[in-house]
Ligand binder design. Structure first.
Ligand code: ADE
Length: 226
């Protein structure tokens, strides 16, 4: 899979792309993450990519030209499954969307900034608008990074134990059961006896019960989605 991220802050994402699970996926040849500085695509001699909004509204707006030129340059090289704009007014990202996007071949993420982007880009070039939650970030970079992480870790082979991605919270709309490691008794804080019993069937039942109980208590909304 290939993910191209268009941003005015490539340095902010470079560390993340080269250190995290995304770095591991790239080293294994399972993903390619490419950062593009939007300012490299402006024809403005001051390298500006934003301008005042028509109508006298407050804030600055990202202009059509650099975004159009950057996306056109990428599309000239390969086909893309989605051109995604990260924005708080988009559809809500969740695990099922991560699953769906992890099955695509090539994705573009355009990180919004300032007041937003010229609506004509949204109308003509963006195929999907996605938010990571009901809050406003200063820019879309953290949203693109979060989504890229959630997507790439699902690619087969990225996480060593494939089961571990499948048993994540939210797969199947359930939170995970609690998890413990040695020692079995730490300062009198004991691991549940059932996990030390060696009875696989009972442990599986316990895990499902715990998962259901936590979901009901912490995220009852997820149970309604099932
Ligand atoms: N840009 C600013 N806030 C955002 C959010 N909540 N999700 C995605 N992109 C954003």
């Amino acid at each position: 899979m290939r993910i191209d991220i268009i941003t005015v802050l490539p340095d902010m994402l470079a560390g993340f792309v080269n250190e995290s699970i995304l770095a591991r996926a790239q080293k294994k040849g399972l993903a390619e993450i490419c950062l593009h500085n939007l300012r490299d695509y402006t024809l403005d001699k001051w390298r500006r990519v934003d301008d005042y909004p028509y109508g006298g509204f407050a804030g600055m707006v990202m202009q059509c030209e650099p975004i159009d030129r950057c996306i056109a340059a990428l599309k000239a090289e390969r086909d893309y499954d989605e051109v995604i704009f990260t924005t708080p007014d988009g559809e809500q990202f969740d695990q099922s969307m991560a699953n769906e996007l992890s099955m695509k071949g090539n994705l573009i993420f355009l990180c919004g900034h300032y007041k937003g982007i010229d609506q004509r880009i949204r109308d003509h070039l963006i195929t999907r608008e996605i938010s990571i939650g009901d809050f406003v970030l200063t820019g879309g970079e953290l949203a693109a990074a979060a989504m890229a992480d959630a997507i790439v870790r699902l690619l087969p082979g990225v996480i060593s134990d494939e089961q571990s991605a499948l048993s994540d919270s939210f797969q199947d709309n359930m939170l995970s059961a609690p998890i413990y490691t040695r020692p079995a008794d730490y300062k009198g804080w004991r691991v549940p006896d059932i996990l030390l019993s060696g009875n696989e069937a009972k442990i599986k039942d316990w895990e499902m019960e715990q998962s259901y109980e936590r979901t009901k208590r912490l995220r009852p909304d997820l149970l309604k989605k099932k």
